[in-house]
Design a protein around this ligand. Structure first.
Ligand SMILES: [Zn+2]
Length: 354
């Protein structure tokens, strides 16, 4: 990745972070009405040698707190002595939304969703948090990984990169990062020309700042602990693969022999509220192919106990999101199914580019 600069130093909140150490920087952002000072806390694991900088953030959505634990595992797995360059990790990108354990900020603003507010110019909380992430984290970064997950009780199974950045090299570098995660499938979609466009974190980083990035959405909480541990390990290994791709860690990333690059995912969510009874097992996430019309789950009324809806796969596909049994409101997340017959799909070898 020849375009990466070898950075001499990393500055956070005006302070230079020491080489060969794990430092923590606190970035003051704003004071809320209740008098609370809102700050961002960034972990800087700075390698013994100079090199590229990978920025990670988790918890842009406050209800997707499972990824904060992933952030902790990644930071604790790093040894600065083995690193050329640095990892900057922001575990709680949206402290106010985490406190209410809601996806969005519960203010009366035009931009309650931080991951739809990058580039915002107002003084709404999300706009200010987004600006602080850009001016502190992205200002130091050569690449970005943004982590999401389902709500408690939903699990997801893939990484995503963008294909429509104005600078095609940003799309290519994003694909190389996604490939280095080591999974046999990659979602490749439109980060600029489709909703939410460059107002998302990775969309803004790529389109406005020219910094490549990927979204990691693997695993969830509320499932079999063994399965949850596998998902966490997959993610930590994947991030280390991206660090190898960037040259922060030595060695070649564990690229899969055959990679399905897919572009279309169909939502299969309830139209009415009810309890979801899962039928497709969480352990088969992104591994077992489902038939068109295959029954994935049912929705039943918590009042009458009757089944009110069947959730069926609209396509031949791989299931990219599964719920455990939980109560859902209309439109809430249940299943995502990768359309295996989309004409935009590609089957690539380990050295191919889409
Ligand atoms: Zn999210």
């Amino acid at each position: 990745m020849g375009t990466l600069k070898e950075r001499r130093e990393i500055r956070l909140n005006g302070q230079t972070m020491a080489r060969g150490r794990h430092g923590v920087a606190r970035i003051p952002v704003l004071t809320d009405l209740d008098g609370c000072e809102i700050e961002l806390v960034i972990h800087a694991v700075v390698g013994a040698r100079p090199g590229p900088v990978l920025a990670l953030h988790t918890g842009l959505h406050g209800s997707e707190w499972q990824a904060v634990e992933i952030s902790r595992r990644i930071v604790e797995s790093l040894d600065p002595a083995e690193m050329s360059g640095a990892v900057l990790a922001l575990p709680v990108a949206n402290p106010i939304a985490l406190a209410s354990r809601t996806r969005n900020l519960r203010d009366e603003s035009d931009s309650p969703d931080l991951n739809r507010s990058f580039g915002g110019e107002q003084t709404w909380i999300a706009d200010q948090l987004g600006r602080a992430i850009v001016s502190e984290l992205y200002a130091n970064a050569d690449a970005v990984i943004d982590f999401h997950s389902g709500l408690w009780g939903a699990a997801m199974g893939s990484v995503t990169c963008g294909r429509d950045f104005s600078d095609a090299s940003v799309s290519e570098r994003g694909y190389r990062m996604a490939r280095a995660f080591g999974l046999p499938h990659i979602r490749r979609s439109d980060f600029v020309t489709k909703f939410p466009g460059p107002k998302s974190s990775v969309g803004h980083a790529g389109q406005v700042l020219g910094i490549p990035g990927i979204i990691s959405e693997i695993g969830g909480v509320g499932f079999d602990p063994t399965l949850e541990e596998e998902w966490a390990m997959t993610t930590v290994r994947g991030v280390r693969g991206v660090m190898q791709e960037l040259g922060i860690l030595a060695g070649a990333p564990p690229v899969a022999d055959r990679i399905l690059v897919f572009d279309t995912v169909r939502r299969v969510n309830p139209s009415n509220g009810g309890f979801i009874e899962p039928i497709f097992p969480a352990a088969d996430l992104m591994s077992r192919e489902v038939r068109p019309d295959e029954l994935l789950g049912r929705v039943w009324s918590p009042y009458t106990f009757e089944v009110t809806e069947e959730l069926r796969s609209p396509v031949r596909g791989l299931v990219d999101m599964v719920p455990r049994e939980y109560p859902a409101r209309p439109g809430d997340w249940a299943y995502l199914v990768v359309d295996l017959d989309s004409p935009g799909n590609r089957s690539l070898g380990p050295n191919d580019l889409p």
